[in-house]
Design a protein around this ligand. Structure first.
Ligand code: IPM
Ligand code: MG
Length: 351
């Protein structure tokens, strides 16, 4: 198993170090190679996705990524900014299927800002399309109009095959779960998502056992807070998925708990926490490494087909939580507050 390890910026290096510790503790035959991405890539070679990093990622079976971005790069030209490195690697590796499971660990019911009875037992899989939509649609840019005024332009577009392939991922996952797919769109206003809805309906004919429902994105944002347990699998486009997955993460107590997998057609994947680089807490040993550690579990499950070890890692996280270990973001009165490194150690010890 060849894994490219890309720590990135901000808290990226500290959380990835914990995930690497967990991988090492599994005693598998793994070959890990580290490379810079994001601001770190820019510092190393003037490019948020250095050629050598892309080459390494292409040659590897899986990529483990921390996070990218730091305010200090916000003034760079857009193509040099850390986020561009992330978007490019997703596109270059054709990682169109982003899986973001929002799962509430019972121990964290009181860490959520919602009432425990609203979130207890929560288990949602958000399937976000990751290589299309307004994130990549052309034309884009900031243009000068004839009257001298500037205009910012982005383009939301989806073609049928892009919609169908992400739909298939969602339906296939639903078949292994509670057989419910909620497709989220804004078909009442946006044609790109009107087509999205049509294609989902067509595709559902191939999955007679799965119950397909549709929801406008504004309503979905509201329903996630009102009654989140109504959802099993949610499938949506890139921008709506970006927003709804951050929202869903808070149902689980903290965005520090939400892992993700980004897969291509052959289940080659990139695994990263759903949260960002949090430069404000970088280097302080207070970040929550569990989303990254849980991303390793997803790597074992989806790319390496190793369900047993995936569950070992997930159970080790559960055990560390049951033992009362909490990073600051999920800490509640009476539990044992630990730093990033100590949380990694607690998971390794539980393993
Ligand atoms: C995410 C992030 C990225 C995105 C940013 C960092 C470009 O918010 O993975 O959700 O918008 O996709
Ligand atoms: Mg996001």
């Amino acid at each position: 198993m060849k894994i490219a390890v890309l720590p990135g910026d901000g808290i990226g290096p500290e959380i990835v170090a914990q995930a690497v510790k967990v991988l090492n503790a599994l005693n598998l035959d793994i070959n890990m190679t580290e490379a810079p991405i994001g601001g770190a890539g820019y510092e190393a070679s003037g490019d948020p996705l250095p050629d050598a990093t892309l080459k390494l990622a292409k040659e590897s079976d899986a990529v483990l990524l921390g996070a990218v971005g730091d305010w200090k790069y916000d003034k760079l030209e857009r193509h040099l900014r850390p986020e561009r490195g992330l978007l490019r690697i997703r596109k270059e590796l054709n990682l169109f299927a982003n899986l973001r499971p929002a799962l509430l660990y019972p121990e964290l019911a009181s860490a959520s800002t919602l009432k425990p009875e609203v979130v207890s037992g929560l288990d949602i899989m958000i399937v976000r399309e990751l290589t299309g939509d307004i994130y990549f649609g052309q034309p884009r840019g900031i243009f000068k109009l004839e009257n001298g005024e500037r205009e910012g332009v982005n383009t939301m577009r989806y073609n049928e095959s892009e919609i169908r392939r992400i739909g298939r991922v969602a339906f296939d996952i639903a078949m292994k779960r509670n057989k419910k797919v909620c497709s989220v769109d804004k078909a009442n206003v946006l044609e790109a998502t009107e087509l999205w809805r049509q294609v989902m309906i067509e595709l559902s004919a191939e999955y007679p056992e799965v119950e397909l429902s549709h929801m406008y994105v504004d309503n979905a944002a509201m329903q996630l807070i009102r009654a989140p347990k109504q959802f099993d699998v949610m499938v949506t486009g890139n921008i709506f998925g970006d927003i709804l997955s951050d929202e869903a993460s808070m149902l689980t107590g903290s965005i520090g708990m939400l892992p993700s997998a980004s897969l291509d057609e052959n289940n080659k994947g990139m695994y990263e926490p759903s949260h960002g680089s949090a430069p404000d807490i970088a280097g302080k040993d207070i970040a929550n490494p569990l989303a990254t550690i849980l991303s390793v579990a997803m790597m074992l499950r989806y790319t390496f087909n190793d369900e047993a070890n995936a569950q070992r890692v997930e159970n080790a996280v559960k055990k560390a939580l049951a033992q009362g270990y909490r990073t600051a973001d999920i800490w509640t009165e009476g539990s044992n507050k630990v730093g990033c490194n100590a949380m990694g150690d607690a998971v390794v010890a539980a393993l």
